[in-house]
Design a binder for this molecule. Sequence first.
Ligand SMILES: NC(=O)c1ccc[n+]([C@@H]2O[C@H](COP(=O)([O-])OP(=O)(O)OC[C@H]3O[C@@H](n4cnc5c(N)ncnc54)[C@H](OP(=O)(O)O)[C@@H]3O)[C@@H](O)[C@H]2O)c1
Length: 229
Amino acid sequence: MMRIVVIGATRGLGLKLTEKLLEYGYKVAAGATHISTELKKLQEVYNDQLLVFEADVTNEELIAEGAKKCNDFLGGIDVVCNVAGVLLDGDRINPLYQCDIMELRKTLDVNTVGPVIVVKSFYPYLKDGSNVFIVTSEGVGIGNCGEWVPCYAISKAAATKVSGILNASVKHINFYSVHPGRMDTDMGRSTAQISPEESAEGFIRLFNGQTPISRDNWYINFKGEKMEY
Ligand SMILES: NC(=O)c1ccc[n+]([C@@H]2O[C@H](COP(=O)([O-])OP(=O)(O)OC[C@H]3O[C@@H](n4cnc5c(N)ncnc54)[C@H](OP(=O)(O)O)[C@@H]3O)[C@@H](O)[C@H]2O)c1
């Protein structure tokens, strides 16, 4: 049975993914900024199957400690999925030339530097054929420029490239950047097309090979379809 790490599990896609993986019987380590009521409930039900560990993806030391805890609990790691992400309030209304620089820094810190910290911390525990999924977004192409959520757009464009660069430099682990669909969550409430459950089911099929994927196409959506870049 696959051993899976999900980071960003308090709510939204990360929570749904954790719930569904547990329902399917997978052993899961869920990284969260705090233990939300929902995660506490899951801990009670799936005591032996679930580890909840403290995870702020901007904190390198904390994530490195978390990676060791995950490896000890799971007895090896097959999949790491970094779901953590932010879209800050000012970014929904401000054009880039009027953006709050603190918001830009925070967005880059969580959405772009965060996945690199996660990979760096988990790398020592990953083996041949392990898969790492970084949840990014759509429309990340250099030529695809609009005005909406500019800090977020910059951060996800850069984060998407993280997987390509990692695949170029590491041959024994596969890295994927994945668009999860426009989900009805706190973040996606104004543009939603699908539920986070539907996206989570898609991710599980990527994890367990039901949807075939190849590192040659490392930028995909939750259905495994190649994304344009
Ligand atoms: N929703 C969409 O339509 C959509 C579309 C494209 C891409 N995405 C991407 O999909 C992912 C999940 O989005 P969502 O819609 O589920 O968002 P969400 O409901 O806002 O949830 C975001 C999750 O990320 C966690 N997080 C934020 N900062 C973190 C940090 N520093 N360290 C660890 N965890 C952190 C949050 O934890 P807290 O509760 O502690 O804040 C929460 O669990 C994100 O990467 C997002 O950018 C979403």
